[in-house]
Design a protein around this ligand. Structure first.
Ligand SMILES: Cc1cc2nc3c(=O)[nH]c(=O)nc-3n(C[C@H](O)[C@H](O)[C@H](O)COP(=O)(O)O)c2cc1C
Length: 186
């Protein structure tokens, strides 16, 4: 059964996107596992650092986690109608050195989901990820969509997803993605 990795693109303690991944952990199909990670400790990409000492340990550890999983859930905030720098920076690091791109990305299932307090639930951020995932030849899973809008209402004060309609969408999204990951598992 699928072993999923959920990467939150927000460092905020009270992040809706991290909370969405936590909610996903409670809604997995039988036998599917989900490890949730945040990007604390991933430095800003610096080509001089890479040239002098290679990829930092924290990046290598994340690369290993991606390479070992059957599918990645990217929980993306939307910043200024685009991708958040924290998550783009991590994906950029994960693409170094380029010789590792096939092992880390090629054909690996990636699904996008996201939450925002506004009315559009990260739709523009999710669209902005598409050329990045295409460039890396990731196996973008396009059969489901999950955009949580009005996050302030969908989550309670403790960060628990409480909107029944969204919980139902989340379950269906996860069932579809996990089944796909099961089919494509290496
Ligand atoms: C710099 C910045 C730009 C933002 N731009 C958008 C935006 O374009 N669309 C949107 O829906 N929310 C936008 N927001 C609000 C975020 O959706 C909100 O801060 C959200 O809670 C971030 O995700 P998180 O809860 O996982 O940290 C922006 C927030 C920041 C800090």
């Amino acid at each position: 059964m699928a072993r999923l990795l959920g990467i939150s693109g927000s460092l905020r303690k009270g992040s809706y996107n991290t909370a969405l991944l936590r909610a996903a952990r409670e809604r997995l199909p039988e036998g599917t596992t989900l490890e949730v990670v945040t990007l604390h400790g991933i430095p800003l990409y610096d080509g001089d650092v890479e040239a002098a000492s290679g990829v930092p340990d924290a990046v290598n550890a994340l690369k290993q986690q991606v390479a070992a999983c059957d599918g990645v859930l990217l929980a993306t905030p939307e910043y200024n109608n685009g991708t958040p720098g924290v998550l783009k920076n991590a994906i950029d690091w994960l693409s170094r050195p380029p010789d590792d791109i096939p092992r880390v990305f090629h054909g690996r299932p990636f699904a996008l989901l996201g939450a925002s307090p506004g009315g559009f639930g990260t739709i523009l951020a999710q669209n902005a990820w598409l050329p990045v995932l295409r460039t890396l030849r990731a196996g973008f899973w396009s059969e489901g969509r999950l955009m949580v809008s009005r996050a302030g209402k969908a989550f309670d004060a403790q960060g628990r997803l409480q909107d029944e309609a969204v919980l139902d969408q989340l379950s269906k999204f996860l069932a579809g993605f996990a089944a796909h990951c099961d089919r494509t598992a290496r």
